[in-house]
Design a protein around this ligand. Structure first.
Ligand code: SAM
Length: 272
């Protein structure tokens, strides 16, 4: 949407952007079209958009497939969207409280969203946390969160979030966006990430719940050696480190995804 259209629409609604809802509207149309193009929505494909606002991305998603559903928390914007896109399924609600299983039961779907910071992680986990028919997600996030999602081992951004999402999803950091592409401009940069499911067999299988518990425990105090964070588990530490090919003094952030999976499988075997 053009800046002038955004301003006119907000005037028409008699509203100012609400900071607490992260209302920063994208006013670069080329960028909006580019973001939606990355998702490659096919004419028959279903898609869902979280936090559509005034519809900056929605219009380009709709141009690709009519099978859309949007979830917007602000009732004024949901009403605006109903007038702008009469044929679109619009839910006035909180995307972080939405029952994704009901959505997933409908079949294959693509997901997009320019998420407000205060609910980004929650929404991200809801849409990536369970086995699902989601074939791709594109999110505009605060840059810092996007960096944590796409980080590699041995960096300060790499952590539990990277691994918990990364075990089942490939995360591609597509580009950084300056605040100036939004109205009003936020003080921090944003970034666009594309998530696609890892093909079966790309990484070894493991007990997902145990993996989650171990990763959270391992990163609980990231300055500490991993051995200390996992101390309560009564593991044969030298044997485990030899199995993983790491030093006994290793820290959580020094293990790759594959090593975390191997660690999980080692723990599973040890408790058999
Ligand atoms: N997608 C639009 C764009 O790019 O211009 C708007 C993006 S704006 C950053 C975030 C949008 O999410 C706002 O419209 C806001 O009202 C909505 N929102 C905030 N919290 C939400 C929630 N929990 N569930 C659904 N929508 C939410």
């Amino acid at each position: 949407m053009k800046l002038s259209t955004i301003q006119a629409s907000l005037n028409q609604l008699g509203m100012q952007p609400t900071k607490s809802l992260g209302q920063n509207f994208l006013h670069d149309q080329n960028l909006a079209e580019w973001i939606v193009a990355q998702l490659d929505i096919q004419p028959e494909e279903a898609w869902v958009e979280l936090g559509p606002g005034l519809g900056a991305l929605t219009e380009f998603a709709l141009a690709r497939s009519p099978r859309g559903l949007v979830i917007e928390k602000d009732g004024r914007l949901a009403g605006f969207l109903r007038e702008r896109f009469p044929a679109l399924e619009i839910i006035h609600g909180d995307a972080s409280e939405f029952d994704v299983r009901e959505l997933f039961a409908r079949g294959p779907i693509k997901v997009l969203g320019n998420l407000p910071y205060y609910v980004s992680s929650q929404i991200l986990f809801a849409f990536t946390g369970e086995p699902s028919p989601v074939s791709a997600l594109i999110f505009t996030l605060q840059k810092e969160l996007a960096e944590r999602l796409s980080a590699g081992p041995w960096t300060k951004e790499y952590g539990a979030l990277t691994l918990l999402v990364g075990r089942r999803w490939k995360v591609k950091y597509l580009r950084t966006l300056p605040g100036s592409v939004f109205m009003p401009a936020p003080k921090v940069d944003s970034a666009i990430v594309l998530l696609t499911p890892r093909p079966a067999g790309e990484v070894p299988a493991c007990d997902g719940e145990l993996f989650t518990r171990l990763v959270k425990q391992g990163f609980a105090q990231r300055r500490k050696q991993l051995r200390k964070n996992l101390a309560g588990r009564n593991l044969d530490w030298p044997a485990l480190c030899q199995h993983l090919g790491v030093e006994e003094t290793t820290r959580a952030e020094e293990l790759s995804l594959e090593q975390w999976i191997a660690l999980t499988n080692f723990v599973t075997k040890s408790s058999d």
